[in-house]
Write a new protein. Structure first.
Length: 221
């Protein structure tokens, strides 16, 4: 396969995943097939399109057209990638414990724990995963694959914000203005205090352990 197939697969996955979740399309489909029916179809399409994305990347056998080679094997770059992956794992696991109102489960619209750092911890976990690997990538297929995680993590979060605010109104609008998608954005702007003591200890522990295990199994990082 050629590298452009990875890009096409990203458009398929992101387009269907975001498009089907827009309020107008979702409400129309749930009205016809019910909430459970919609969730089943939505999950099936997501699984198929993400599988196509993985397959497109895996079977790109001729990763020609190197975009970046200089510096990507430097020890400083590898260490930077490891630190980014540490944050990615921490965001991933604390995303299960420090709930955000921008997620699937309804919770009170207030910043606490990891949500003070980013209101989309799981999406930012995938974005940081992509960034960490992007720093180590040489070929076009790798840049399309890992770069897609960065773009999808951010723009998927922005789309989710718009959808949630339109549905919930003023309560979530205030929460969005006081927090940030990008990690530490609201803290840097002085909109949120940095309170590491609020962050889930279990999430921190699991994130750290996962990073160590990943380094052992994936020594390139």
């Amino acid at each position: 396969m050629e590298a452009w197939t990875v890009l096409l697969a990203w458009f398929l996955f992101a387009g269907t995943h975001i498009g089907l979740s827009t309020n107008s399309i979702r409400s129309g489909l749930t009205g016809k097939m019910g909430e459970k029916g919609f969730q089943g179809i939505y999950s099936l399409i997501a699984l198929i399109t993400f599988g196509l994305l993985i397959a497109a990347f895996y079977f790109t056998k001729s990763p020609t057209g190197s975009i970046l080679t200089a510096g990507s094997d430097h020890p400083a770059v590898r260490h930077t990638s490891s630190v980014i992956m540490l944050f990615a794992f921490i965001f991933l696991f604390t995303g299960f414990t420090d709930r955000t109102p921008m997620g699937m489960m309804p919770v009170k619209a207030e910043a606490n724990g990891i949500v003070r750092i980013t209101r989309h911890p799981m999406n930012m976990a995938f974005a940081l995963f992509g960034l960490a690997h992007l720093l180590m990538s040489h070929f076009a297929a790798e840049w399309f694959f890992y770069g897609g995680f960065v773009l999808y993590g951010y723009f998927g979060s922005a789309h989710q914000d718009l959808k949630k605010v339109r549905a919930a109104g003023e309560e979530l609008s205030g929460f969005v203005s006081e927090t940030s998608i990008l990690p530490f954005g609201a803290i840097i702007k002085g909109k949120q205090p940095f309170k590491p003591g609020e962050i889930s200890k279990i999430g921190l522990l699991l994130g750290t352990v996962a990073t160590v295990v990943a380094r052992i199994l994936h020594p390139g990082f």
